[in-house]
Design a protein around this ligand. Sequence first.
Ligand SMILES: C[S@@+](CC[C@H](N)C(=O)[O-])C[C@H]1O[C@@H](n2cnc3c(N)ncnc32)[C@H](O)[C@@H]1O
Length: 249
Amino acid sequence: MRAPSSLQPSERNPRLVEQRSEDRTVWFTETVGHEPPVARERWFNRGGRTYRSWDPSRSKLAGALVHDWRGDIPEPGERWLYLGAATGTTVSHVADLVGPEGRVYSIEASVRPFGRLLAFAERWPNVLPILADARAPERYSGFVPLVDGVYTDLAQSDQIEIALANARRHLRGSGKFLLALKTSSMGRASSAMEHLAIATETLGRSFDLDRSVHLAPHHRAHYFLGGRPRRSLFDPASGARSPPGSRAR
Ligand SMILES: C[S@@+](CC[C@H](N)C(=O)[O-])C[C@H]1O[C@@H](n2cnc3c(N)ncnc32)[C@H](O)[C@@H]1O
């Protein structure tokens, strides 16, 4: 692919570059891995670096950027725990954002996507695939250190509880928390807005949340939430570890 004109590094992460036009912005990440493409994305070279297009309809984090997500994103050198890695589409871009010094511990419970995740990770040296149920974080705590960020994209009715259990066990007190909420997985008894309100209230007890964004039409019935831990996340009454130092807000 020929390099797009007028690329700008993002102020939020130099490994994320933006191409702005009057009516839209397109994003690319500087790759850590090698071809072939992970999900039919376009690759190009520019100034001795190789970039990959980031499709907002294939990745909820890219969708969140399109919908003006102002909260945290992964940054170079960070370690992330990623729940619901599937075949690695978004994992690959998170891994690009944290760069070669960062790590993405990628949890996936289904054997079939995990096989493809393993094959992909051979080309992305900072991705560590782990075949496990994210409902049991204690089973992989021996492989996952304290991390700078937890990213959750599980599409399960108990996605919030799973994310909280993992953040309590693995997230640093000053860490980042991102969650792609699929409201249609949370039952038909409540509307999407009611599910979002419940999720915001539940997570708001443990995190200082940023303004959530709706991911439609790129991802139907999905919202993107995130924030930084409050001290209450690590409250011993919740069965959690003690907060690391005084860094939790
Ligand atoms: C919506 S897909 C994730 C898509 C992926 N995050 C991406 O953007 O490329 C959800 C994934 O979560 C996995 N999953 C669901 N429940 C899980 C659990 N309890 N533990 C680990 N993985 C789980 C599913 O097998 C599926 O691959």
